[in-house]
Design a protein around this ligand. Structure first.
Ligand code: ATP
Ligand code: MG
Length: 461
């Protein structure tokens, strides 16, 4: 944005060209002298043209034309709110492919934390590879660790093996954090003869996937690396949503409802629910909105104070005195500035957050004791119960399409890409663009305003 020279009469065209470059997809044919062959992925009972996606097909990234930079959610790039079209590549099966299925050895790996839908994605990747005619399909166990731990052999995968895995949460292959030595992983890919690698994981995993893609290019290995973004927090840039998020919001309803019933049934009851969301409060916001039972929603993007005349505690006091009970929903990454700093990190190097839920619970208890008003606090942390759930119907469909498109993307010859849904269309995006930063709730967005309207909470500052 800052590099745009609005005085240049051609700035719009230049911006568009820059966007095209950034979002062009790395392709194996740019590196290797390979000729495409007709696809082996047949779309039954259709004429040869129908059902395939052309490499030049695009989906529009932004569909609103804002009339002023002050419109809610406007991300206008210049003061006049100029309309700049941003098109991204459409996902799907191509008529021409760059791998002979008989020569493919495909690997699938799942990294990071658990998320509903992992098994659905694994299943669809395997089923789709088989439809193309691939016979050598293997699962790498326990994330990147499985590439170099000798005690963790590859798991052969087939339609028979994966047939019912979607009925359970978790990952058939196991997950892990840390230990991503890119050079060793690529040694292992080379030794195993893997030439299609599907990597399911979050931002860290995708940084790893991109590094693996680059290292393969450096070593002139004809390997296609395709990511499938897994983040229950829905914090990936550009995408409408990521798989597992919908299930998480739905499952969170049970905890919120329990907190509500506990709060309503106790004399001066206060229910407190902590939901996932390390740096983005989408789950807490959507769960609060859909439940309609939340009085206070706290997310990482919106600073708040607990004490003082405008703090959360004072508002809770008001709620207890006026309606007799209250329910609070807090995202795990909210209010970290209120807690003692910690340098602790997990195996992947991510900061370990302090427990804001426990802190708020203690502060509520202390406050009501100080003002000598009875309050009965019930704290619920359903994190692991939600992460381990089976995907709901809408996530299962999302996983199906993403898994299938990951395979189509690899056969189409792309590498260093990831799959997603933008404006309800399925697309391929270059990995660096989606992990350049974290998607966060915009406190000026209509959705956050809707949440505030629903809870009735003030600004806690
Ligand atoms: P989530 O945050 O949703 O749990 P994640 O993919 O971000 O998912 P991490 O534990 O951060 O989870 O990372 C998963 C794997 O990716 C780990 O094995 C980690 O070592 C590796 N990894 C993380 N960051 C990078 C990076 N910048 N470059 C290479 N590998 C990385
Ligand atoms: Mg992460």
């Amino acid at each position: 944005k800052s590099e745009i020279d609005f005085g240049d009469p051609h700035w719009k065209q230049k911006f568009q060209e820059d966007f095209e470059n950034r979002f062009s997809l790395p392709h194996l044919k740019d590196e290797f002298d390979i000729k495409p062959i007709p696809t082996t992925f047949s779309l039954q009972k259709r004429s040869s043209q129908n059902g395939y996606v052309n490499d030049d097909d695009r989906a529009l990234l932004k569909v609103i034309k804002y009339s002023s930079p002050s419109s809610a959610g406007a991300e206008c790039i210049d003061p006049d709110c100029s309309w700049v079209e941003q098109w991204v590549h459409r996902a799907g099966p191509r008529m021409q492919i760059y791998f002979e299925p008989g020569k493919v050895k495909a690997g699938i790996v799942t990294c990071g934390g658990l998320c509903p839908g992992l098994n659905d994605v694994i299943r669809q990747i395997v089923l789709t590879l088989e439809v193309y005619g691939v016979q050598k399909i293997f699962g790498i166990q326990y994330g990147y660790r499985g590439f170099f731990e000798e005690s963790l052999p590859e798991i052969p995968l087939s339609r028979q093996v994966v047939q019912n895995i979607n009925l359970n949460g978790g990952s058939l292959l196991g997950v892990s954090r840390g230990g991503a030595n890119i050079s060793e992983i690529v040694d292992s890919i080379q030794a195993r003869g893997i030439n299609m690698l599907f990597i399911l994981g979050g931002d860290g995993t995708h940084a790893g996937a991109n590094a693996i893609h680059n290292e393969c290019r450096k070593r002139k290995l004809k390997v296609s690396v395709v990511g499938v973004p897994k983040t229950i927090d829905n914090d990936i840039l550009l995408m409408d949503k990521t798989f597992g998020f919908d299930t998480a919001v739905e499952e969170a309803q049970r905890s919120i409802n329990s907190a509500y019933i506990e709060a309503r049934s106790a004399y001066h009851g206060i229910g407190l629910v902590k939901l996932m969301g390390r740096s983005s409060g989408f789950i807490a916001m959507q769960a609060s909105l859909s439940s309609g039972q939340i009085d206070v929603c706290l997310i990482p993007e919106v600073p708040f104070k607990l004490g003082g005349p405008y703090g959360v505690l004072c508002h809770l006091e008001h709620l207890i005195k006026t309606k007799g009970s209250a329910v609070v929903c807090v995202a795990e990454g909210a209010g970290q500035d209120l807690l003692e700093k910690s340098d602790a990190r997990d195996a992947s190097g991510n900061p370990i957050l302090r427990d804001i839920g426990v802190h708020i619970q203690q502060q509520i208890r202390k406050h009501f004791k100080e003002i000598d008003v009875h309050a009965d606090i019930k704290y619920i942390d359903p994190t692991y119960m939600i992460r381990a759930c089976r995907a709901n119907a809408s996530d299962a469909i999302l996983c199906t399409v993403l898994g299938q498109n990951a395979v189509h993307g690899a056969f189409a010859g792309y590498s260093g890409i990831t799959v997603g849904i933008c404006n309800s269309h399925y697309v391929y995006l270059p990995i660096p663009e989606v992990i350049s930063s974290t998607r966060r709730v915009d406190p000026d967005s209509r959705m956050w305003h809707r949440c505030l309207t629903s809870t009735g909470q003030p600004d806690f500052l």
